[in-house]
Design a protein around this ligand. Structure first.
Ligand SMILES: Cc1cc2nc3c(=O)[nH]c(=O)nc-3n(C[C@H](O)[C@H](O)[C@H](O)COP(=O)(O)OP(=O)(O)OC[C@H]3O[C@@H](n4cnc5c(N)ncnc54)[C@H](O)[C@@H]3O)c2cc1C
Length: 497
């Protein structure tokens, strides 16, 4: 039995801890904040409950597997609800399309109704391509430890696989080659933002998101997606994992290139045989490991070249429909701007807030997320540049003004927000940096803004012996499904006691 210290109680840290405890290890999680979940949390303000992090669960099989392998099935603990329809997309020319959940044939019908037969056929071709890409990339790029490019080069069907995933083609270039309708183009472009990236430089393989979302569905969890964190925390406790909250790990102790324990900010030193870091990889390699540890140099160099993921500016909006006319929305709603490229230029090149952003609204049809029949809680998210005090945008200022601009836009879209506004709270990238220790408020750690991005992400098994990395800033990437997979990779790499 190994004594394992996990740094951080995010979804990745806790998922790894549960699997490791089930395998017989002695596991303690050290968490800087006063609660578990990291970015994934359902928060209540008065009568309104909000998913202030993830509001969409895709590929639920990852968490079905976690619960099944560590105890009772997820269905005994959480109410997983398919969200139907899955998404409503609205465009600046007044057109819109609603994607049903879990049915590609019905999606084709909806696309035909909105944009015509040719567009529907284009989406069909896109889903077919997307599925082929998923088949080729799933095992080597998602489910396995990606240690280097060499095992990939030895694959039996290398030439066919390279042709399929077009590694040096951007997502945008691929869809331009496929000559798809401009509305559908925007929907696909948005998938790049699921990985915190710019579709003009993100690899074409992100098209797989189209297949994953449509085939495995869009899901909600009753009470909020944040209930996933609550349930995993409870699973950890049931398996004997210990938690220390309000505990900042300030250093990983390394002797002869092997971990020996951790140092806590209050001065304590705790011995450990193995360490699983759920801390952002940039923070881990630059702040928690002493510069003299040579085995960390390669990862530090890689992380320097990796472009950081975009951040988000969100509004938590409580609406009281007794104050003004209700506007009915579906669960997930996207309002695209006229010029989507301007958004990516402002975020990644100019590093300023987006003047005319894509607006995502999560308006959950979940009565357990409000107190009161006339009330609605909307989570509104727009993409944003990282918080950078020097050489970027300082989000600790100017948040009120930007919040007003977004509310005005919502009113202009006909959503009647100002009249019904009962509660408002803005969350900036600086806030996310503070409460979830996400450098710059990046949602996904590093972006996928280059063909090499998968190789620039921190490895799950560090070159420092006994150190393992889990979570959104490590392989295979951010978002709940990939984070859960990183935990499985780490638990398998460590093995049984
Ligand atoms: C606004 C927003 C919307 C999102 N929407 C979605 C979505 O709809 N669907 C989806 O799948 N994903 C979404 N995501 C992404 C998803 O939330 C993350 O990918 C995932 O939750 C990250 O999990 P993680 O394991 O990397 O841990 P994190 O959530 O990053 O947590 C890390 C934890 O480690 C702690 N920690 C770090 N360093 C230390 C230290 N030195 N000492 C002690 N503790 C430490 C932190 O305090 C934190 O609690 C969203 C994220 C945000 C912010």
């Amino acid at each position: 039995m190994a004594k394992i210290a996990v740094i951080g109680a995010g979804i990745g840290g806790m998922s790894a801890a549960a699997r490791l405890a089930k395998s017989g290890h002695n596991v303690t999680i050290y968490e800087n904040s006063d609660r578990a979940g990291g970015k994934c949390r359902t928060e209540w303000f008065g009568d309104y409950g909000f998913d202030t992090g993830p509001s969409l669960l895709t590929l639920p099989a990852v968490y079905r597997d976690l619960f099944l392998k560590t105890g009772k099935r997820i269905e005994h603990i959480l109410e997983l609800e398919p969200v139907d329809p899955a998404f409503t997309y609205n465009f600046s020319d007044g057109k819109s399309v609603t994607f049903p959940n879990l049915s590609n044939p019905n999606t084709y019908i909806e696309i035909e109704k909105s944009f015509g037969r040719a567009a529907s056929d284009q989406w069909k071709a896109l889903i077919t391509k997307s599925e082929r890409m998923w088949e080729v990339s799933r095992e080597p790029f998602v489910e396995s430890e990606l240690t280097s490019i060499w095992p990939l080069l030895k694959r039996k069907n290398l030439i066919r696989d390279i042709k399929e995933i077009s590694p040096f083609t951007s997502l945008r270039k691929l869809t331009k080659q496929m000559k798809i309708d401009p509305h559908l183009q925007m929907i696909v472009d948005r998938y790049a933002t699921y990985a915190g990236s710019d579709p003009r430089s993100a690899p074409a393989v992100l098209l797989t998101i189209a297949f994953i979302e449509s085939t495995f569905g869009a899901w909600h969890i009753k009470g909020g997606v944040g209930q996933l964190a609550v349930a995993i925390e409870q699973r950890c406790v049931d398996l004997g994992v210990k938690f220390e909250f309000n505990t900042l790990v300030s250093q990983i102790l390394v002797t002869n290139n092997k971990v020996s324990g951790i140092k806590i900010a209050d001065g304590r030193q705790i011995e450990a045989d193995l360490i699983v870091s759920n801390s952002d990889a940039e923070y881990l390699y630059n702040k928690l490991i002493e510069p003299k540890v040579t085995a960390a140099r390669g990862e530090r160099r890689k992380l320097k070249y990796a472009i950081k993921s975009l951040a988000g500016f969100s509004l938590l909006i409580g609406l009281d429909n007794s104050k003004g006319a209700e506007v009915k929305l579906n669960h997930h709603n996207v309002y695209f701007p006229k010029d989507y490229d301007a958004e990516f230029d402002q975020i990644f090149s100019k590093k300023v807030p987006v003047s005319d952003p894509t607006i995502y609204i999560c308006a959950p049809k979940d009565e357990s997320m409000v107190n009161g029949a006339n009330k609605e809680s909307w989570f509104v998210l727009v993409n944003a540049p990282r918080h950078q005090i020097s050489g970027g945008w300082d989000w600790s200022k100017n948040s009120d003004q930007y919040a007003k601009e977004i509310i005005n836009k919502l009113d202009q879209l006909g959503l009647n927000v100002s009249a019904r506004l009962d509660f408002l709270k803005a969350r900036t990238p600086a806030d996310l940096e503070n409460y979830a220790m996400a450098p710059g408020g990046s949602i996904y750690g590093t972006s996928s803004n280059s063909a090499a991005s998968a190789f620039l992400r921190a490895r799950n098994r560090s070159k420092i012996l006994g150190l393992f990395c889990v979570g959104g800033s490590t392989h295979p990437g951010g978002g709940l499904p990939l984070v859960g997979i990183s935990a499985e990779i780490v638990a398998n790499a460590i093995g049984k006691a």
